[in-house]
Design a protein around this ligand. Structure first.
Ligand code: PGD
Length: 762
């Protein structure tokens, strides 16, 4: 067998098709901790849920474009490529001529696959830009709330996301790591675009060897690896901000805060201190107040605050903590708390965001620009914050706030998606189904019959990276990896590029889209221009032929020690932050001027709807944590064997505390119905004390399998609220939701998403 090199969001590997026709994969031998997710590839490559040929929804074929609530329940008719592309080109032309380019939504959010040239969204945006433009989307479901608030607080979100303190610096210098949301090891195996060497598991092991004190603040014990000096604070979900305020209050009243740091490097501390002391609202945010909200004992809060003040302390906040109502607050309060400790910019001190949310946070690879395809410029300036998709489709002309502006939703007639799965990633999927009934036409490129494909009018079969040539590399990756073709395209699948080139040809801009190059010629061209730029900077990269045959190019490495805001600390006048004051804004006059009741001018505890201390918990007394799965990336390759092995009774596994299981007569392995007033899903119970009572955990990504408003497979987004984080950032708040749970007696409906939908062959 000839194993050929390639890469994925979860790591570099090589692969070949065996004599039995089955894919075999081998992790890169130089990867210190390869990802278990590689095991999802063999069973997925030729799975019956692959889309074999272009398919058009029967209702659309028979009645033409228009709103249609049978989307998601209709049959499909297989067409030849020419017929499908002719029909779609005519429809794109109709929408543009009758309603303008603004009526095309091409936000197309999603992770797609590794590979710089065949990156689905880049290809689609390049195509739509040449088509005359489209309504786009801004920010991400991952960290879209922080992306809006961080520029107000520290002048840049990118600095925090890309240049956070490195693991070697933390391992060497930190004495106490206070991890809000922990550092969940399952997520560090993944970085968009690739991670050739998984270093983070090794750094986590070294923290344990060095006996660094870890304060794990999470309802889930396994949000930090078991080894080492870990103290678990099983906090009530959604209350981290209250705990941080209680810690901050303790620092003030015990005079443990660093006044000189606050004076020199921060703006607006005094107003925040008045809030802490209760001068604004008569409520001091002291440890007792915090204990009442968080259910962490008063004594533990006070002693943690003292220990933070007497140690080199690094405070981290996972991205999941901003994926909740008022998600700005935990991030902003953590920065205020770190500022009060006065250690921002010191090695091993200060704060970080996203450690354990993704492989690249704190990683030691270089922040290096690798070759990429130009998307061109969008002539249309209309956009939505990414998580407002359902609201946009349901309320054309409706007004909403966003980062100080009042905006209007456009009237969308055609939705075009490539490389994402909104029926995985969006909240309140029953609402999303109604929203997807509104446009005239929905187009999806997909390798698999995902729920999104099943809700489309045009389903165009896309290749997977193993079926095409490319090169790949992620942020802070150590290598640019040559991605050789390993298998023939499945059925009639084509790459997104070739599909769009066919459409562009029909729409009169084929030559401008392809620039006359084949996909292989594009790879050589992009690599060649990149190599030239490197040579100008004094770096000699190999020729394309050498790179391709060697399988990878090790990117020039950089100094592994890195401390966020080190230069700002050294000279805050010369290295002003890009905030109005040039300093860390503990109070932001700009945010205050917006007058939002759900994001004030300084960090604050704002009671959410979905939490155990609120009125809604009387009807739905369990807090469901809908976090990232351990057995797959998002919804990708859910049919693969690692993902399937994790299912319980054929459904996604939901974890429940023994006390909550006992009071409901639930035993390990039972099928349970999880429900609230938005919908319900079936899941398989795992009874465990690895989470605190009152909390259940059901990861995202089981392929949505609706039978009426019940998802029989266990997708938590049928339960989550499509409620924005706040008027400021309009981010995704899907992480937490209140639910109730009961044993499902009788024969549960079968899971059907493992088979393709009905497709009429012509
Ligand atoms: P994926 O499953 O990665 O999910 O949402 P996202 O939409 O990114 O979807 C990618 C899709 O692209 C897959 O269906 C895959 O088959 C397809 N694909 C892969 N390669 C190609 C290709 O080359 N071409 C084409 N055309 N298609 C391809 C992820 C999103 O979910 C994210 S990033 C986060 S952080 C959110 N997290 C949460 C959460 O914490 N809690 C809840 N409740 N909900 C969330 N949703 C969000």
């Amino acid at each position: 067998m000839t194993f050929r090199p390639t890469t994925s969001h979860w790591g570099a590997f090589s692969a070949d098709i065996g004599a039995d026709g089955r894919l075999q994969v081998a992790a890169d031998p130089d990867d210190p901790s390869p990802s278990p997710l590689l095991g999802n590839l063999p069973d997925s490559l030729r799975h019956p849920t692959r889309v074999t040929a272009p398919a058009v929804r029967r209702g659309w074929l028979e009645h033409g474009p228009g709103p249609d609530s049978s989307r998601g329940n209709d049959e499909f008719v297989e067409l030849g490529w020419d017929e499908a592309l002719d029909l779609l080109a005519a429809e794109l032309r109709r929408v543009r001529d009758d309603h303008g380019n603004k009526a095309v939504f091409g936000g197309s959010y999603g992770w797609a696959s590794a590979g710089r040239f065949h990156h689905a969204q880049s290809q689609l945006r390049r195509f739509l830009n040449l088509f005359g433009g489209f309504t786009s989307s801004r920010h991400t479901y991952s960290n879209g709330t922080s992306a809006v608030v961080l520029p107000h607080i520290v002048g840049s979100a990118d600095d925090v996301f890309r240049n956070g303190s490195s693991w070697p610096t933390i391992v060497k210098n930190t004495e106490l790591l206070v991890a809000f949301g922990g550092v969940p090891e399952k997520n560090v195996f993944v970085t968009p675009g690739g991670v050739s060497r998984h270093h983070t598991p090794g750094f986590l092991a070294r923290l344990a060897e060095r006996d660094v004190d870890i304060a794990l603040i999470s309802p889930l014990r396994d949000d930090f690896p078991a080894a080492g000096a870990v103290q678990w604070y099983p906090i009530r979900p959604a209350t981290d901000t209250a705990l941080m305020l209680g810690l901050a209050h303790t620092l003030v009243v015990e005079d443990l805060h660093d006044r000189s740091f606050l004076d020199r490097y921060c703006a607006g501390y005094d107003e925040f201190e008045q809030y802490l002391l209760g001068m604004e609202d008569g409520v001091p945010k002291d440890a007792e107040w915090a204990s009442h909200i968080t259910e962490i004992p008063v004594g533990e809060i006070v002693s943690l605050a003292r220990k933070m003040a007497s140690s080199r302390t690094f405070i981290t906040v996972t991205w999941s903590l901003q994926r909740i109502e008022h998600g700005e607050q935990p991030v902003w309060t953590a920065i205020a708390l770190a500022a009060m400790l006065g250690q921002i910019g010191l090695p091993g001190g200060g704060f970080g965001h996203g450690y354990g949310s993704m492989g690249d946070s704190g990683d030691i690879g270089p922040d290096f620009h690798v070759p990429f395809l130009s998307q061109g410029v969008n002539p249309v300036d209309e956009f939505i914050p990414v998580a407002r998709i359902a609201d946009m489709l349901l309320n054309p002309g409706g007004c909403y706030d966003f980062d100080g502006a009042v905006r209007t939703f456009p009237d969308i007639r055609l939705v075009y998606w490539a490389g994402g799965n909104p029926f995985h990633h969006h909240q309140d999927l029953n609402k999303l189904r109604n929203a997807f009934a509104r446009p005239d036409t929905v187009v999806v490129h997909e390798p698999y019959w995902t729920a999104t494909a099943r809700h489309a009018d045009f389903v165009l079969p896309a290749t997977t990276p193993l079926e095409r040539e490319d090169f790949g590399s992620g942020r802070r990756d150590t290598h640019l990896v040559a991605m050789h073709q390993v298998a023939q395209p499945y059925g009639q699948a084509r790459s997104d590029h070739v599909i769009l080139a066919g459409l562009a040809e029909r729409l009169g801009f084929g030559e401008r889209f392809t620039e006359g190059r084949s996909p292989r010629a594009w790879l050589e061209h992009l690599y060649g221009s990149w190599r030239k730029n490197l040579a100008a900077a004094g770096v000699a990269a190999p020729s394309f032929a050498e790179f391709w045959s060697s399988g990878s190019y090790p990117l020039p490495s950089e100094e592994p020690d890195r401390t966020l805001f080190e230069t700002f600390r050294q000279d805050p006048e010369a290295n002003r932050l890009h905030t109005p004051s040039g300093k860390i804004e503990i109070t932001s006059a700009v945010i205050k001027s917006f007058g939002y009741e759900d994001c004030l001018g300084h960090p604050a505890w704002l009671e959410p709807v979905e939490w155990l201390g609120g009125a809604r918990a009387e009807n739905f007394p369990l807090q469901l944590i809908a976090n990232q799965p351990r057995t797959r990336l998002h919804s990708q390759l859910d049919v693969g064997s690692v993902s399937q092995f994790g299912k319980v009774a054929g459904r996604e596994a939901i974890r429940i505390h023994p006390a909550d299981a006992a009071s409901r007569g639930i035993e390990d392995g039972d099928v349970v119905r999880v429900f609230n007033d938005r919908g319900a899903c079936l899941a398989g119970a795992v009874v465990t004390s690895a989470l605190r009572p009152g909390v259940v955990q059901l990861p995202t990504g089981a392929w949505f399998d609706p039978h009426g408003s019940l998802c029989v497979h266990g997708n938590p987004n049928v339960l989550t609220a499509d409620r924005p984080t706040s008027r400021l950032s309009q981010g995704c708040a899907g992480q937490l939701v209140l639910v109730e749970l009961e044993r499902f007696d009788g024969t549960p409906p079968p899971v059907t998403v493992g088979s393709p939908p009905d497709v009429i062959k012509r």
